[in-house]
Design a binder for this molecule. Sequence first.
Ligand code: COA
Length: 250
Amino acid sequence: MSEHVLVERRGAVQVIRMNRPDKKNAITRAMYAAMSGALRGGDADEAVRCHVFLGVPGAFSAGNDLAEFLAVATGGEGGGEVWDFLIALAESRKPMVSGVDGIAVGIGTTLNLHCDLTFATPRTVFRTPFVDLGLVPEAGSSLLVPAIAGRQQAFAMLGLGEGFSAERAKELGLIYEIVGEAALEERVLDAAAQIAAKPPGALRIARDLMRGSREELVARIGEEAAHFRRQLASDEARAALTAFMARKKT
Ligand code: COA
């Protein structure tokens, strides 16, 4: 488990909250492992009917912990926890709802592509600067974003790394609803409770039909991961990651 991920049950809803506010919810390997464990545990538990992802006020997540990426980029071990979490997301058996407020970078954006309903506040900015970091899209985003928003929007988002507002995300069909900061968590939990009250067998079938092939998604996540690992060891990525860490010290 990780002290930076809080997991709680609210009736039939399992709430997974990223809670590392001093680092804007940058996600560490331990946090990925805790979230994978919660997802798989909840999927296996009949009492859980819906998963909810939340962050802290102003920060859903600043993405993968870049210090950990830099460690791998400079020859360190690890990284399996990230991919394991992405597979757990893609294979989740129960509906997932997310509530996003503020910063949503990298996986802080792409995690929501796997959710069945995403609510975001007006001040939320989504951004996926993978290429700027010398990296490539992950979490199946290279498959999911073109399918949802079209190739041109996908290129702007995943190629150019353009940031976009909650309003734009809603126009593109990437999120469900915009909710004010004060109402976000209540709205998310209400939606999750509504999901949890549905006949689970019928809802599972309906959801599986809408989500399409899990195999294709999991295969794409694997393909992205192979490229990602190679790029992480590239000069491009090392330079970008080192620049971010150096910026920190000035
Ligand atoms: N990994 C590791 N640490 C991170 C981080 C990340 N992804 N994002 C933020 N942090 C840390 C900062 O280094 C800083 O730590 P410090 O207080 O010890 O110096 C702390 O979180 C606060 O971040 P800061 O940059 O001061 O906040 P900000 O509000 O000015 O900016 C961001 C927030 C998210 C815009 C900025 O931190 C950023 O661009 N982070 C990197 C995002 C990213 O590229 N993620 C990876 C995508 S694949």
